[in-house]
Design a protein around this ligand. Sequence first.
Ligand code: HEC
Length: 150
Amino acid sequence: MRRLSAILAALITATSVAGIGVRGQTATSVWDGVYTDAQATRGRAEFSAHCAGCHGATLDGTGEAPALAGAQFLSDFNGLTVGALYDRIRTSMPQDNPSSLSREQYANILAFMFRSNAIPGGAKELDRRSEYLKAISFEATNPHAGATLH
Ligand code: HEC
């Protein structure tokens, strides 16, 4: 019994230390201004040319292609990284011609998708390198606003 409580106590300590460690880091989330407005505007033109035919000009989805703005889209990628979303798009979209765009075009399109989901931009462009984007967490809700999207 003594031994079990000791193990439990150690476990609880380890878990809380890990929790503090994660929170204490200056982790970047998608809500920290990770793209520029100019980049999103370039992305809008590229989205119209390469994605809107299936996903709709206002990202609301058409037929088989799901909406890329709104609660469903946000929750599909919630808890993943921006890198995971970027690679998913880069390797599988446009569905009729995957990987046909440049990394820069995919980054611009992603910036436009963020803006369309009311995720605010900032001073720095969204990087085109997956390894950098993997350091940015994708969260459905803005941790700074304290509000939830439903
Ligand atoms: C020929 C039609 C077509 C085109 C063009 C197209 N898509 Fe798609 N897209 C689909 C279909 C169908 C799905 C659902 C099947 C799947 O998940 O692969 C999808 C799924 C997605 C998803 C996953 C959404 C989710 O919530 O799981 C993303 C993100 C996406 N597309 C982004 C893009 C982007 C960005 C472009 C332009 C570069 C693009 N698509 C072009 C048809 C298309």
